[in-house]
Write a protein that binds this ligand. Structure first.
Ligand code: FES
Ligand code: FES
Length: 160
């Protein structure tokens, strides 16, 4: 066993983990943060995307021990002060989901995309979400949801 300390959604945790434990299992099984989903065993679906030190990663491709000392954000950490993140609102408003299984990973990947490119074109959104698979929606409303969030975030920034 190895001891790791991570900050997840602003809360510090020190845990004993097996060196082979994947980050996704650490989040779900040790911290009960089950918003991060497991949709495949081939690192393809993106349902498990979280942010590690501000960068989106597929948490099924990382070991928990690699995150020692890291700041991690999961879908549970996105809403602030009880207010949905503009992306969460966008997926709600534009109905960017059906079963919802891919949604946490889609939103976390989109959050990273908007940080790097606050005003993406439709093509850039589709490109940015290439690593995330949705089996239900046909992606149209997901793209609209990301556009909604980009516009809302720009308006919020302009109002600041
Ligand atoms: S569960 Fe990580 S990419 Fe599918
Ligand atoms: S909403 Fe069902 S997999 Fe995307």
């Amino acid at each position: 066993m190895t001891t790791i300390t991570v900050t997840v959604n602003g809360v510090r945790h020190t845990s004993e983990v097996e060196p082979r434990l994947l980050l996704v299992h650490y989040l779900r099984e040790h911290l009960n943060l089950t918003g991060t989903h497991i949709g495949c065993d081939t690192s393809q679906c993106g349902a498990c995307v979280v942010h590690v030190n501000g960068v989106s990663v597929k948490s099924c491709t990382m070991l928990a021990v690699q995150c020692d000392g890291a700041e991690i954000t999961t879908i549970e950490g996105l809403a602030q002060d009880g207010k949905l993140h503009p992306l969460q609102e966008g997926f709600w408003e534009k109905h960017g989901l059906q079963c919802g299984f891919c949604t946490p990973g889609m939103i976390m990947a989109a959050a990273d995309l908007l940080k790097r490119n606050p005003n993406p074109t439709e093509e850039e959104i589709r490109h940015g979400l290439e690593g995330n698979l949705c089996r239900c929606t046909g992606y149209e409303n997901i793209v609209r949801a990301v556009r909604y969030a980009a516009e809302k975030m720009a308006a919020m920034q302009a109002a600041d």
